[in-house]
Design a binder for this molecule. Structure first.
Ligand code: PAF
Length: 284
């Protein structure tokens, strides 16, 4: 069955309240649309965690800098709704911009600390936009659980932080990154890659995996990062925004891995920016 398309906060609250009156739990999957298998893994996890699933589809202008791809960002409403229908989603929340940012809107939700490096350093506007829109979506829907992908690992850590800091009564569940057969993490932005760039792109995962293994076996971060960066450049990634080994919770850089850690990167292939990350498992 096709999901109900809801375009107002009042409509969303009404639907959620009706489910709650029936004793049902609600899971929210926040997305910017252009749904791919990575999003559908979030949807499947949502269906496993809640009785009813809401998927929000909103290309959030405040997380794009003026020179970024907001205008170009893929919008595929009909296709998205068909995928949500196939997946058995009950509601698609598709708010107009004014439902999220009404005239006079003047509030920003800023998470400090975990947003300082990595994406936050390369895209200073990004986490204010994400923090604000995610807070709004959570408060508009008030789900029992919300699902976020590990692909955007720093975003996941940031959302966990803001939910804890603002006492938002919602459980945050992480869903592992979905990859193409050759290892490339699925992303709406992969659609921008040329044939040649798409051939090179999986090397990012290859290099991160190599680094994670080396770090797990005791290599110093500085050495793994230097070798990883050289391998990425050799593969054809002309620009590296960051390549780092960080504590998995604080996202502070680690010198040598002795706790739970993650290797994270943002790199460019032509005009396309790719991000990815992998966990480091300590060799036993
Ligand atoms: O990960 C995304 O698609 C977006 O950053 C999110 C969480 C939907 C907020 O706009």
């Amino acid at each position: 069955m096709a999901p109900s398309v809801i375009d107002s906060v009042a409509g969303l609250r009404e639907a959620v309240a009706a489910w709650r009156r029936d004793g049902l739990t609600v899971a929210l999957v926040p997305t910017m649309g252009a749904l791919h298998e990575g999003h559908m893994a979030l949807v499947r996890a949502a269906r496993a965690h809640g009785d009813r699933t809401v998927v929000s589809l909103f290309v959030n202008p405040t997380q794009f800098a003026p020179d970024e791809d907001f205008a170009l960002y893929p919008r595929r409403q009909t296709d998205d709704l068909a995928k949500l229908a196939d997946a058995g989603v009950e509601a698609a929340f598709m708010p107009p911009t004014a439902a999220i940012y009404p005239p006079g809107f003047a509030t920003t939700v800023r998470v400090e600390g975990v947003t300082a490096g990595l994406e936050g350093a390369s895209r200073p506007h990004f986490f204010d936009g994400v923090g604000t829109v995610v807070t709004k979506l959570l408060l508009q829907c008030l789900p029992d659980v919300a699902l976020f992908g590990e692909k955007d690992y720093q975003q996941l850590v940031t959302v966990r932080r803001l939910v804890a800091d603002l006492d938002i009564p919602c459980q945050i569940e992480a869903v592992p990154t979905v990859r193409a057969a050759d290892g490339l993490a699925l992303s709406s932005r992969n659609a921008y890659l040329s044939v040649e760039e798409r051939r090179i792109a999986p090397k990012l995962f290859e290099v991160l995996t190599w680094m994670a293994t080396a770090l797990g076996e005791g290599a110093a971060s500085a050495d793994a990062i230097a070798q990883g960066a050289a391998a990425l450049r050799d593969a054809g990634f002309a620009r590296i925004d960051y390549l780092a080994a960080c504590d998995a919770e604080t996202l502070e850089p680690v010198v040598r891995v002795d706790v739970s850690a993650r290797v994270l990167a943002a790199v460019w292939l032509g005009e396309t920016r790719l991000i990815d990350n992998v966990p480091v498992s300590l060799a036993s």
